[in-house]
Design a protein around this ligand. Structure first.
Ligand code: CP3
Length: 353
């Protein structure tokens, strides 16, 4: 496939302009987890799909929920509807989502557990997700960028080893200390499969990629280097070699002071900042890396709304004005967010002077 150059795509899709080196104002915006349970139309489609994973593996329905927030709010970018746990599921470690509790996997505890994973069997599930991408490329407005994604190897490994989400990722951190060879093999499998998965998404039509490392913040700095930076660097290098015109956003949530190092060492085009990153830190990151910065409104403030929301959005915009910036939240939108607060947010960002 020959991909249109970034410059050409950026002429039609303003979301891409900061990545082509042009700051745009008002800044492009989208929200992490913008398709989800805060929207009544999502809940309706989700009901039709039965299980959450079934929604991820039903291209027509997954495309429908991707389009829902675009119809309501005309965000500059849409994000493919899927989940980071599609990768372990495709590799053969079956994933279930328990209503009200979150994901459950049969944990991988040692070298023997790795034998359940099979890189050769992922094609079927990855192609189903890529059908969603093809439908979206057909049905999205031409001016809306489409973001493909996967979880970073470290974050996906925390679920595979722990068998569920946990506040401190203790199971994965412990395995990484006790048996680094086995843990490295798991990370290598994830790097390999994620590069394959993202390449397929690009071939199917996404404009750019985001790599979600939601649990990057739980590691000591030497472990951060080994399990967050190193695998991400390999993924970025391999993708850039084949697809130099596809921008890559990294979201090393909680990386804080390590964010600039993360950007420099991995080669991502943008760093997405979580809410705890001070605005001065975002400005510094923008200066030090020269790349795009994305972030970082508190998702809880979007739930609360009111004057504080207006003020904080104003402060973020004032700090980032003139920079290569993408407006977003510091983490995913919460289920109990009033849709009218999202409408207000869009109005505020679009009015940025
Ligand atoms: O709109 C979008 O941003 C695209 C879709 C998307 C989902 N998950 C849909 C989803 C994306 C990009 C993700 C990423 C994801 N998934 C991450 C990284 C980002 C983050 O939030 O830190 C992680 C850690 C996961 C794993 C995951 N998926 C968990 C822990 C849960 C359960 C928690 C919950 O909110 O219920 C999910 C389920 C999930 N993924 C839902 C959605 C819309 C809700 C499930 C439902 O509809 O029942």
């Amino acid at each position: 496939m020959t991909l249109e150059t970034l410059g050409k795509r950026a002429e039609r899709r303003r979301f891409l302009r900061p990545f082509a080196g042009e700051p745009v104002w008002p800044p492009p915006m989208w929200l992490m987890r913008q398709a989800g349970r805060y929207l009544p139309e999502y809940r309706e489609t989700r009901g039709k799909a039965g299980s959450f994973l079934n929604l991820c593996y039903s291209p027509e329905l997954a495309a429908e929920v991707t389009l829902q927030p675009i119809r309501r709010y005309q965000f500059d970018a849409s994000i493919l509807f899927s989940d980071i746990l599609v990768v372990p599921d495709a590799l053969g470690q079956e994933v279930r989502f328990v209503e009200g509790e979150g994901p459950r996997l049969d944990p991988i505890e040692d070298a023997a557990g790795l034998r359940r994973l099979d890189l050769a069997q992922t094609a079927e599930k990855y192609s189903i997700v890529c059908e969603t991408v093809s439908i979206l490329r057909r049905d999205l407005p031409d001016e809306t960028a489409l973001i493909g994604f996967c979880g970073a190897p470290w974050t996906v490994a925390t679920y595979m080893v722990g068998g569920r989400g946990s506040p401190d990722q203790a199971a994965a951190r412990l395995l990484a200390y006790k048996d680094p060879e086995t843990f490295q093999r798991l990370i290598d499998i994830l790097v390999e499969s994620s590069v394959d998965y993202l390449s397929r998404q690009i071939e199917a039509g996404v404009d750019c990629l985001q790599i979600f490392d939601s649990w990057a913040g739980s590691l000591a700095d030497n472990q951060f280097e080994r399990w967050v930076v190193a695998p991400t660097r390999v993924m970025v290098a391999r993708l850039k070699e084949k697809y130099p015109d596809v921008p890559i956003l990294g979201f090393p949530r909680g990386a804080d002071q390590l964010s600039a190092r993360f950007a420099a060492e991995t080669g991502v085009d943008a760093v997405s900042c979580n809410t705890a990153m001070p605005l001065s830190g975002m400005v510094e990151l923008s200066e030090r890396t020269g790349g795009v910065v994305q972030g970082n409104l508190d998702p809880l403030l979007l739930v609360a709304g009111g004057e504080q929301l207006d003020e904080r959005v104003g402060a973020i915009l004032a700090a980032m004005k003139g920079r290569k910036f993408v407006f977003n939240l510091g983490h995913g939108i919460l289920q109990y967010t009033p849709p009218e607060n999202v409408a207000r947010l869009v109005e505020l960002v679009r009015a940025a002077a």
